[in-house]
Design a protein around this ligand. Structure first.
Ligand code: ADP
Ligand code: ZN
Ligand code: ZN
Length: 734
């Protein structure tokens, strides 16, 4: 008998075909089954879906429908929960089901035929060929117990024990509000361990914001769990892996062989048949929000998925997002997450756990925050005299310092003082950055690069000069300042005594080559570096043991931004950076965080000085409530790209006018169309329109109803010349 199957395939976004296509099949295949189907002259990967067959389609004569080409039945069908996650994501973020479903599967799955796939699976089912497990690690009873005991020898701090007790008793979701170095990772390990021990097939997912942080995390998880569950139980999933590795990890998770999946935001879509726990580390980090395609938030989807699958969800941060912080207010005030606090660093002398807002008491082991008023420092100085003095002091003590500046390259602009020429990018509304190392001007937006001209291209003046500074210039400047300083005598590294100071720089430029970052970090850990210079890349997550001084060279950068989330991000970044100082309790006593600022009295720096995230959050939330901003309202953006601003904005304006006709637009405000901050990138003009509502439901209903209108507007005169449009839900930058 012939069956009609709804099948999702990847069709380009906005092709107006939102749902599944219909194919013939001799056998009735269960929803979630992976298949290969013909489309035009190509053959594509597809997922059998459970939508009802639309009678309008079937009326087209079943005889004309094409049969599926192959069934990938060596892979178990995707579960109803996974399919529901996809359906929710597609609906919520206003994308097509096919796009979301296929993007959620490992890319290599699309390229392999059924035969190739079967071969791959056979190889994987016989893991001894890739990495043999020592026989005695293969789950011997007694061996097992010994390992568990060894593992439990970590004596939890009082704060950690209190957190674990709540985690055991309550359903969550949890917001673990723990100072940097308070032992959050240890909590994640313990939570994973307990849940895995409670069910023989249970699985856990641990998300981190950056690929760079996965090796460090994977090492810690392997140390703990390889002995318990074997070397195949922990897998990673992120975009830095080869397609083959990604497929292997995905299959291991899908088949249940992998018990722990560590990954970046994309891992939230991994198929785990028995998911019991999702941990989201550094939950405030903007990288959990995808910047393309469905632009989903992996953190928000984690909470949804946890509820859907009955898995516990644990969000962790020292500086939670204001959304999560707000959700974790007391239940009596409407809170939905349970807040768990760990204010003290591991090894900090006194216990301050009694105070829920006690972060930052010196007893909590956090660094002292010092503000340098740049108004009272020599003009144009980059590193102020007192900061330089402090860095030299650290060097003399054999300790490390970390200086960060959120701009890579040598100088952000090259400038001619005669005619005022600046190194603009010809393709973008932005300046090209001067990179001294290879004497190029590079656009950080479109990648356009050229050799630095010998003279001003406009007037011929040979004397063009860099304006402002980036990490490269900071490194050079520092080397000059420390030229005559020598390393002290040190018992741990006697060979280095009397040698010049070593400065290293870590940023996107210095780490372009594969393995470069790991090598550079290893040097820092080994104490071969005295001063580390870098971008925010080094301010996050890394467990540096010997750094006792951290300095933000230009702390003011985001103070007066028009983006209402800028203070939240700046505070988070500075707190994270401070968290890199004094992580070794033995030397943390004198650790310091320095801020160079022209606004030392600013409330943000006051709060930072006291490590007072709750105070900062309360003030920010109050402002947002008064202004009707998230989390007290809900937002979406409609973006448009065209060769001219007029076309891009024209489309938005037409879409907005058409929206007013919709009954669903009642509780929704569409603001006027505006150019993006950097309006032109690679010769494409970009504009956007903010859509806001006090109700998430109302916004969702509006956006769904608006889809058809947008497709329609695209076909009208207002859509002529438009390159693309897209809706973003819950945008982080406006
Ligand atoms: P966080 O993730 O909160 O920044 P970590 O989990 O990395 O903190 O912990 C900081 C350091 O303290 C790590 O080196 C970790 O091994 C150590 N640590 C964590 N918990 C304990 C504990 N209970 N006893 C001793 N050391 C601990
Ligand atoms: Zn000139
Ligand atoms: Zn450019």
């Amino acid at each position: 008998m012939t069956n009609l199957l709804p099948v999702l395939v990847h069709i380009p976004a906005h092709s107006q075909v939102a749902g599944p296509l219909t194919y013939r099949s001799e056998s009735a295949l269960a929803p979630g089954t992976l298949v290969r189907v013909p489309l035009g002259r190509r053959e594509l990967l597809g997922v059998v879906w459970d939508a009802r067959i639309d009678t309008a389609t079937t009326a087209l004569d079943p005889g004309k429908l094409r049969p599926i080409a192959a069934t990938l039945d060596t892979i178990a069908a995707l579960t109803p929960a996974w399919r529901q996650l996809i359906t929710f994501t597609a609906n919520y973020y206003q994308r097509s089901l096919g796009e979301v479903a296929l993007a959620a599967l490992p890319p290599q799955l699309r390229d392999l035929s059924a035969v190739q796939l079967a071969r791959r699976l056979k190889r994987q089912a016989n893991p001894s060929r890739t990495s043999p497990l020592p026989a005695d690690e293969q789950a011997h009873g007694p061996q097992h117990e010994v390992d568990i005991n060894a593992m439990n020898s970590v004596a939890l701090s009082a704060e950690q024990m209190a957190v674990m007790a709540r985690f055991e008793q309550e359903p969550g979701p949890f917001l673990l509000f723990g100072a940097t170095g308070s032992g959050k990772t240890e909590i994640y390990l313990q939570c994973v361990q307990r849940l895995l021990a409670s069910h023989s097939s249970a699985q856990a997912m641990v998300l981190v914001p950056e690929i760079n942080l996965t090796p460090q995390l994977e090492a810690r998880f392997r140390l703990r769990f390889d002995a318990l569950y074997g070397a195949h139980a922990v897998v990673s999933l992120h975009s830095g892996m080869t397609p083959a590795q990604r497929l292997q990890s995905w299959l291991a998770a899908h088949s249940g062989t992998a018990r722990i999946v560590l990954g970046t935001r994309m891992a939230i879509f991994a198929s785990l048949p028995d998911l019991k726990l999702i941990v989201v580390d550094e939950e405030h980090d903007p990288s959990y929000k995808s910047a393309e395609g469905a632009r989903y938030s992996a953190r928000d989807l984690a909470v949804y998925r946890g509820r859907l699958e009955g898995a516990k969800v644990l969000l962790g941060s020292a500086t939670p997002s204001l959304e999560s912080w707000h959700h974790s207010r007391p239940v009596s005030a409407g809170g939905r997450y349970l807040r768990l606090a760990m204010p003290s660093r591991i090894g900090a002398a006194a216990s301050v756990s009694a105070s829920q807002t006690g972060l930052g008491k010196p007893e909590a082991g956090l660094p002292i925050v010092r503000r340098v008023d740049m108004n009272h420092q020599p003009k144009h100085c980059i590193i102020s005299p007192p900061l330089l003095e402090a860095i030299m002091q650290r060097i003399a003590q054999g300790e490390q310092s970390l200086l960060f500046l959120n701009r890579r390259g040598y100088a952000p602009v090259l400038h001619c003082a005669d005619c005022d020429w600046k190194s603009e990018c010809p393709h973008c509304s932005a300046y090209r950055v001067f990179h001294k190392i290879d004497r190029t001007l590079r656009c950080h937006h479109c990648g356009f690069a050229e050799h630095v001209p010998r003279a001003c291209p406009a007037c011929g003046n040979p004397d063009i000069a860099p304006l402002g500074r980036g990490t490269e210039r900071l490194e050079e400047h520092l080397a000059e300042l420390l030229r005559d300083v020598r390393r002290p005598n040190s018992t741990s590294q006697p060979g280095l005594a009397g040698k010049p100071v070593r400065i290293a720089r870590i940023d996107a430029d210095s780490t372009r080559l594969k393995g470069a970052l790991q090598a550079q970090l290893a040097q820092v850990h080994a104490g071969e570096v005295d001063v580390l210079v870098g971008t925010q890349m080094i301010a996050k997550g890394h467990d540096f043991r010997r750094i006792t001084l951290v300095a933000a060279i230009q702390a003011d950068s985001a103070l007066f931004s028009s983006d209402f989330r800028a203070p939240e991000r700046l505070f988070g970044l500075l707190m994270q950076a401070a968290g890199r100082a004094g992580r070794d309790a033995a030397i943390s006593g004198g650790s310091e965080m320095w801020l160079q600022t022209f606004h030392p009295q600013h409330a943000l720096f006051e709060a930072l000085k006291h490590h007072d995230y709750p105070g900062f959050a309360a003030q920010q939330l109050k402002e947002r409530q008064q202004a009707g901003m998230p989390p007290f309202s809900f937002q979406a953006l409609l973006r448009a790209e065209a060769r001219s601003q007029a076309v891009a904005q024209g489309f938005l304006t037409a879409a907005s006018a058409a929206a007013a006709q919709l009954p669903e637009s009642q509780q929704v405000t569409c603001y006027p169309a505006v150019p993006l901050n950097i309006a032109r990138v690679a010769n494409v003009e970009r504009a956007q329109m903010l859509i806001e509502s006090p109700s998430r439901g109302a916004l969702q209903r509006f956006l769904s109803a608006w889809q058809a209108v947008l497709h329609d507007t695209r076909q009208q005169a207002a859509g002529r010349g438009l390159i693309r449009w897209a809706v973003e839900v819950d945008p982080l930058t406006i």
